[in-house]
Design a binder for this molecule. Structure first.
Ligand code: FES
Length: 362
């Protein structure tokens, strides 16, 4: 029965602590042992009674820390001491006092109750390699018996092999489930349609903008070119020849120069003298062009009704003064020449100037 029982880690540690306390109590002679270290000292004779176990304890490096004056041993030292103690106990289990119970070993009874069955069934006989890894591996159930260090390391590092999952093959699709080829043209997605719309709109806006810019630039160019040319009025020359003097019979008003030159050539009477003179076809009221009325023998303005006699004197309407005369003379070639650059006004007495008329009788 004693051979089947295997010490738990708690028991081993408890025993190791008791051993260490005993060693520390035995070394210093002058020091008084504490009550805690006195109790496990009773166990020492049982252990020292066995010569084999004592030798095993001496071989281990565990007593080293105990010789340092009562310092607490490390776990490794405790394990070594416990193994030595366990081997001694397994060799002589009958010598252990059954009634002797240490207060330190009491808490160790609890974890011993939950020890797995596999650990209990492990052979407790000494002789094989029993290290911490093999003890723990045996406790976990990796291997029922004692393990070597290599086996324990391999068991600790290698994960349990998992069965490889093999997926079953997919069933073949029936014909109705297969996608049929679409003869329809490529459908345009909403994103592509939106992008195309934006491209068209941006292109249109850009085209409109560029066209407008080109048009405005062309207009500005034309305006600048027109600005570079001066405004020229195609006016008739100020002097023109109206023909021979004999072409103007007495008492007649010639209107053929009215449209082009704005001149009436009149062969009439002024202050009892027959003269040929050139009247300006501009009303002295507001500048309208009067008409010659042959039946009434007068010039009549259509704007406000001013009337002028054949010699140009105003007699009706709002016109404030007579019509004006242009300069007239007989040119070197014998023709009547009219100069529109000079005017003569009757109210100023300028009609007496010989440049303003040609004597018809001369
Ligand atoms: Fe000739 Fe007023 S413009 S009458």
């Amino acid at each position: 029965m004693a051979e089947k029982k295997k010490l738990s880690t708690a028991e081993i540690l408890a025993m190791a602590r008791g051993k260490a306390a005993e060693a520390s109590a035995a070394k210093p002679a002058g020091e008084s042992p504490s009550p805690e270290s006195a109790a496990p000292a009773s166990e020492l004779p049982a252990a020292s009674a066995e010569p084999d176990s004592a030798a095993a304890v001496e071989k281990k490096p565990a007593p080293k820390p105990a010789a340092k004056g009562g310092a607490r041993p490390s776990v490794a030292e405790m394990m070594a001491m416990a193994r030595a103690q366990g081997g001694a106990k397994s060799a002589a289990p009958a010598e252990k006092p059954p009634t002797e119970k240490k207060p330190v070993e009491k808490p160790a009874a609890k974890p011993a109750a939950v020890k797995p069955a596999a650990e209990k069934s492990a052979p407790a006989k000494s002789g094989g390699p029993k290290d911490t890894a093999s003890i723990l591996a045996a406790a976990r159930g990796a291997k029922p018996g004692p393990m070597t260090k290599a086996e324990a390391a391999a068991a600790a590092t290698s994960p349990p092999a998992k069965p490889k999952a093999v997926a079953p093959p997919m069933p073949t699709k029936p014909d109705y489930a297969k996608p049929s080829p679409k003869p329809v043209a490529k459908a345009v997605s909403a994103d592509e349609s939106r992008r195309g719309f934006l491209h068209v709109m941006l292109g249109s806006f850009l085209g409109i903008g560029m066209t407008s810019l080109a048009s405005v630039s062309a207009l500005w160019t034309l305006g600048f070119a027109r600005f570079m040319f001066p405004n020229i009025l195609t006016e008739p020359p100020s002097r023109f020849k109206a023909g021979p003097k004999e072409g103007f019979s007495p008492g007649t008003v010639e209107e053929k120069f009215k449209a082009q030159y704005g001149v009436w050539v009149v062969n009439g009477d002024y202050n009892g003298q027959q003269q040929i003179y050139a009247l300006k076809t501009v009303c002295t009221h507001l500048g309208c062009t009067p008409n010659w009325l042959e039946a009434e023998q007068k010039f009549k303005c259509p704007c406000h009704g001013s009337g002028f006699y054949k010699d140009g004197i105003n007699f009706e309407g709002p016109a404030p003064r007579p019509l004006e005369r242009y300069a007239i003379r007989i040119a070197d070639d014998g023709q009547v020449e009219i100069d529109r650059s000079r005017t003569f006004q009757e109210e100023l007495g300028q009609w007496a100037d010989p440049a303003s008329f040609i004597p018809a009788t001369a």
